[in-house]
Design a protein around this ligand. Sequence first.
Ligand SMILES: Nc1ncnc2c1ncn2[C@@H]1O[C@H](COP(=O)(O)OP(=O)(O)OP(=O)(O)O)[C@@H](O)[C@H]1O
Length: 313
Amino acid sequence: MSSAGQHPIEFNSVTKYYGDVRGVEDLTFTVERGEIFGFLGPNGAGKSTAIRVLLGLLNPTGGEASLLGRDVTDRNGLRDAKRHLGYLPSDVTFYGRVTGTEVLDYFARIRGDAHREELLERFPVPLDRNVKAYSSGNRQKLAIVAAFMHDPELAIMDEPTSGLDPLVQNEFYELLEERQEAGQTAFFSSHILSEVRRVCDRVGIIRNGRLIELDSVKNILADGGTIATVRLAEEPPAAALEFPGVAHVDRRDGEYRLVLSREFDALVHRLSEYTVLDLEVREADIEDVFMHFYGGTGEGDNDDTPLENETGT
Ligand SMILES: Nc1ncnc2c1ncn2[C@@H]1O[C@H](COP(=O)(O)OP(=O)(O)OP(=O)(O)O)[C@@H](O)[C@H]1O
């Protein structure tokens, strides 16, 4: 379509305030064609605000954003772009007393449904039943079929796997991967780090409305390095464990946890000054790395709710 050669998603210094409340501030990044991009951040960080600006549901206070090459404030252009978009909201609600079939018929009339039967085989739902009586998982599956049955070139999803059981989640990741092989683009917010590691090429991390990291998952994991957890018989002087190569130290339950590069000589040398009761050295995993970005006491935090993990809600 008209977006050929352009980035499917572009944010250029986008700021959105709700009165005095900051939604997002000076957000600048692009999503490349054919990539799966994860948009991460703690609760209240501004992810939904950014997505709503992109969909033209909120006017930015400043800056510009474009979707499939169309300025999001250009109503007609955005309407055209949306024919090639699949959108999966976080809180799927269908209005009225309608069946699953009627919901899909409605979207089919607007955007097409070439892949409807194939998707219904992968994400089966009780089509003849009133959607008000659907379980949350079935509601989410129906929304997936509705979002993807016209084979959109871009999918925007707000926590797409919430409410899905592990088998359906897996089917969904496979769908995203197949679509990527076909050159289509996906942008989604998530709190589930295992899915980010599995499917995302790049991530943007937002906190307090600002983008604080933008990189490939591979690079982010590589930079996170190694974690050493050590228990000592003596209390070392403050800062004794902050030697070169150590990016971060914290003390928890009598243990020191060091985030460090894979240079072990300095670690061994420093620990030799103490009686080591316990020592574990391992590769940092994705939870360690993202906790580093999520945690802390950033000025003006909107909400310090901890990150949910796979077993969370
Ligand atoms: N309609 C609104 N009116 C006023 N403030 C709002 C509104 N919507 C969001 N906010 C505020 O904007 C900030 C960003 O919220 P947003 O919902 O975009 O975060 P989020 O990253 O999507 O969070 P979550 O992970 O909890 O869904 C928060 O401080 C929130 O309270």
